[in-house]
Design a protein around this ligand. Sequence first.
Ligand code: PLP
Length: 426
Amino acid sequence: MSVQQRIDTKCVQAGYTPGNGEPRQIPIVQSTTFKYDTSADMGALFDLEAAGYFYTRLQNPTNDTVAAKIAALEGGTVGMLTSSGQAANFFALFNLCEAGQHIVASASIYGGTFNLISVTMKKMGIEATFVDPDCTEEELNAAFRENTRAVFGETIANPALTVLDIGKFARAAHAHGVPFIIDNTFPTPVHCRPIEWGADIVTHSTTKYMDGHGAAVGGAIVDAGKFDWMAHADKYPSFTTPDESYHGVVYAERFGREGAFITKCTTQLMRDLGSIQSPQHAFYLNLGLESLHVRMPKHAANGLAVAEYLSKHEKVAQVSFPHLKGDKYYDLAKKYMPEGGSGVVSFILKGGRDEAVRFMESLELIAIETHVADARSCCLHPASTTHRQLSAAQLEAAGVPEGLVRLSCGIEAAEDLLADIEQALK
Ligand SMILES: *Cc1c(COP(=O)(O)O)cnc(C)c1O
């Protein structure tokens, strides 16, 4: 390609360039397996000597096309799709650490990821230290141990809407010779590209804005291709010494900085755990990506309009939206996401739990759903759903008081969303 592609063009065209007479839209390779003339041909694939496909649990051409688009959007070298965002975060972390090792993570992350790290990975023998994302560099550096192998955070945290100081986390990770993984689900690469600020691995729940139409659960991992495994061979022997489970390949030697992470993640974790995305879902995901650059500004603008309206309303005690003037994270949001973040707003009604419940039931356009980042606006009351096991005091401590509503602004007309909110507040 001689034409330099901007993000809008990449959303539409990256990852797939059909040849003469080939399909314009990406083909769905709905096949579990691939045919070869000789066993030797297939053997070369198993040895990673030749590039190609043999079984869809490891790799499928449709998935790779869409993963290449997401890698191009993030400014990374290689990407892969997973069956969900949960699988993406687990694979990204587990590709770096094993029993007896340690993760440093922001405390303000998606609940599912918090459970993954604090409960399930703990059972696997991997410890974690959770840090306040607003901590000083000194406090952050103090969280590292000799056996720390990964740093994790979210660009805009779901649901707390904290904005991560990406540079601070990247610096601390690199000072300790460890890669920094960031979940960039909420802003998407249209609004933030963490690799430009020092992140090494970027993950996504593609279920959210990337798909954007509530159609397909999925995840993605992108490697910046910058982490020098050989320079940190003592910490990452699984990258720099032969993998006996895979014909003695040394990932960092054979695939270099550009390809080692995703190749190892595919040949070990996808092979053994099998959380592959179906090619059909990858196709839906790609349809969503084709309009991501058109949708994201609208989500962000609707979010800002709703946040501004709510911040002036007498029944509202508090509004969180990073791009709202006066928000605690306004400066960081403007630094890392000058054009906008996501369309998710959270706010606290003065009337507490009953008012929040009554408000949500009075909405007409905005639906009650366990979802965010959809073309259709939706909302959730954490105290009666995702956090319903907590007492009022525990809710307060967790930063989700009883009157808190999380509202995901879709891409409808802002005036209609404001009218719906106004009548429901009445
Ligand atoms: C939803 C979400 C996840 C989990 O993704 P699934 O696709 O639901 O598995 C991870 N991180 C963030 C920030 C999310 O919003």
